[in-house]
Write a protein that binds this ligand. Structure first.
Ligand code: PA5
Length: 453
């Protein structure tokens, strides 16, 4: 994996819209100790140590073998935010693009369904047809108390009851110390450990992100091998040779010095579309914070924006090239294809003779980069050899380190989410949960004036 950053430099960009190498080097000074600290520190920052912990991977592989031996046809993954997006990213990137639609003899692994919302239409549509007798439910919640996950799990448990199937024999929980662990213990349900020093959005390389893809046949050991390679490289190299730290310094400088707070992640591959949603959650929840105390409090953080090449060239790219100059575009470009798909080059597009879809894709990515540069807009490019297990591991850990490094530069805690907690408390009050009466009263008092058209 290579980070190509020539597209952020001034010159050729105007000083107001580009960076000098010296500015990046200066910002990197603040990150010199970060990697050794992350490798030593426990608390909530264990993500960089994760690929080195062999026991976690072994537990995932053993659990996946168990469910595959049981011969289940479907896996229902219930979780939200970081407890769902990592697994979804790995599934979409590394399983067959039509995994669920393949006939069983070609798939040779269960289908996978993600329940990451409290939308009754989606969940009941799934429960309408799924054979629970031949299903595995993987519930992921670090806290064990997330209401959306609890609601989804309860509905699925109810469906098991109606079908006369014992949900306990069909469930595995990945959870930390909390209500879900207590339930698992009292009902003798299979469980994996959600590592105590990893937060949800940093958990893609733990059982939270790995187990569901592993049951579906994804080589998760390969993912971890790639992540370990990146973590080892990070441990050995200086800040200026570490792509995650350089990308963090660049992103932070554009936000704080160049008035470019919108950071677009634009992979050029359908298989990497969930990666951009995963990154948006990681950066949004880790960096969008109130820094400081009292009168010194200040809201900081970039606004991450997902996009997909080439599709968004016919949507958002017009805005990126000619709209407000408030964006840094970060491409992710696979340099080779898993499958070469030549274009027949029939009339009226005979000029496509000899071109394959992947070559067209890369030409379009380069075209967008050139259009941005000509308009004086910065971009950088994460180039990966191809979409494969090891490159996914590298990408996931690189983006996590990039996020932790930006948090260091902004001076915020990457691992908490007080803004999310506030919304949860308000929702509990509104559904009338015991113990939230005061919050309910405060909400009633503070309601905005009514204005409905
Ligand atoms: O990234 C995070 O920390 C959050 O998005 C959590 O993953 C999400 O809130 C779900 O939390 P939990 O795993 O405790 O159910």
């Amino acid at each position: 994996m290579t980070l190509s950053v020539g597209g952020v430099l001034a010159p050729p960009l105007d000083r107001a819209h580009g960076l000098r190498r010296g500015e990046v080097s200066h910002a990197l000074r603040g990150l010199r100790k970060l990697v050794p600290e992350l490798l030593a520190r426990g608390a909530s920052a264990g993500f960089l140590q994760l690929p080195r912990r062999r026991a976690g991977l072994a537990a995932v592989e053993a659990e996946a073998r168990y469910w595959r031996r049981r011969g289940v046809d479907d896996v229902i993954h219930i979780g939200i935010g970081g407890s769902s997006l990592g697994a979804e990213t790995l599934m979409r990137a590394l399983a067959h693009p039509q995994h669920n639609a393949l006939p069983a003899e070609r798939r040779r692994a269960p289908r996978v369904h993600f329940v990451d919302n409290v939308d009754g239409a989606s969940l009941s549509a799934l429960l309408d047809w799924i054979d629970l007798e031949r299903s595995c439910v993987h519930v992921v919640s670090k806290s064990g108390g997330t209401v959306e996950t609890a609601a989804g799990f309860q509905i699925v448990q109810g469906a098991f009851g109606r079908a006369g199937v014992d949900w306990r024999r069909h469930t595995v929980l990945t959870t930390g110390e909390g209500a879900l662990r207590k339930l698992g213990e009292s009902e003798a349900v299979r469980m994996l450990e959600f590592p105590a020093d990893i937060g949800g959005r940093f958990s893609a390389l733990s059982p939270s992100g790995l187990l569901t893809p592993a049951i579906a046949g994804v080589d998760v050991a390969g993912v971890i091998a790639g992540a370990r390679r990146f973590a080892n490289r990070a441990a050995r190299s200086s800040a200026s040779e570490n792509p995650a730290l350089v990308a963090a310094a660049i992103a932070w400088l554009f936000d704080t010095e160049k008035n470019k707070p919108i950071h677009v992640l634009m992979p050029y591959a359908d298989a990497l579309e969930p990666l951009s949603r995963w990154y948006v959650q990681l950066a949004g929840e880790s960096l969008g914070k109130l820094r400081g105390v009292g009168a010194q409090r200040k809201s900081v953080g970039p606004t991450p924006l997902p996009a997909r090449g080439t599709t968004d060239q016919h949507s958002q790219v017009q805005l990126f090239v000619e709209g407000p100059a408030d964006k840094l575009v970060m491409f992710v470009t696979p340099l080779a294809d898993r499958r070469r798909v030549p274009i027949p080059a029939l009339a009226p597009a005979a000029y496509l003779r000899g071109v394959a879809l992947g070559e067209l894709m890369r030409a379009e990515q380069a075209g967008t980069e050139i259009a941005l540069a000509r308009a004086g807009r910065p971009s950088l490019n994460w180039e990966i050899p191809e979409i494969a297990t090891e490159t996914l591991g590298e990408l996931l850990i690189a983006f996590q380190l990039m996020t932790a490094a930006q948090a260091e530069l902004y001076g915020v805690d990457a691992y908490d989410q007080p803004g999310v907690e506030a919304g949860k408390v308000a929702a509990f009050a509104l559904i009338g949960r015991e113990g939230y009466q005061e919050e309910r009263a405060a909400i009633e008092r503070g309601r905005p004036p009514l204005w409905k058209i």
